[in-house]
Design a protein around this ligand. Sequence first.
Ligand code: KIV
Length: 266
Amino acid sequence: MDKVTPKYLKKKKKEGEKVVLLTAYDFTTAKIEDEAGIDVILVGDSYGTAVLGYSSTLEVTMQDMIPIVGAVRRGAKRAMVIADMPYMSYQTSMENAVLNAGTFMKMGVDAIKLEGGLVVKETVTRLVDIGIPVMGHIGMTPQSYKIFGGYCVRGKTKSDLARLIEDAKILEESGAFSIIVECVLEEATKRITEKVNIPIYGIGAGRHCDGQILVISDIIGISPGPSPRFVKEYLNLQTRIMDAVTKYKEEVENGSYPNSAHTYHT
Ligand code: KIV
């Protein structure tokens, strides 16, 4: 199968076919997702809360992201790999945004993602101008959760919906090839999707999107905290790991591991 590119995603939208996106934070998971046919693998800054035990994505740094971006890139062959720009890696200056996005591009990713609409207009324009494909992210953008007063659902008022539509249009005009819409009322997301021509991928944004994205740790049941309503758990890995670890502990303690089969002999 051909490598997934922005052109391919555009074609899928035109043909009305759904795109499947998922996060990954390591080589093995990226390889599994790629082999399973996931179209887009996002190395999300959700890594901070899902894996590193941070209280929010605000704590994630470029230093945290660089090794895992490399690992995921090496694990994926067909899937498009997108690196998430961590908090304060693109907001401080244009120079920082270009340098940090460029760092990810030099590692071989296919695109970068950043949060916001109007506020990142010039940054998106500049990155696209210098050849960096950009995915936008609007709605309940986790890097701004303190402004919203927590992780809330957006698009509930006329003015909020108007703002989201405006942000989506700005991202499209600035050259973004797609947009993630997070935690937005289904009816509002439908309106946003109708107002732009680039693909809209939802997370907690209902059914009227061009595709869906979820966090890998949530769908395999290994997330540290309670999951939001939009998450569907396809496996409870936490219980499976607990069973395996408990069994291993028992067997070491009662002497049944290692047995002869797990032991080197002369
Ligand atoms: O960091 C992340 O995982 C995201 C989501 C869109 C899932 O930004």
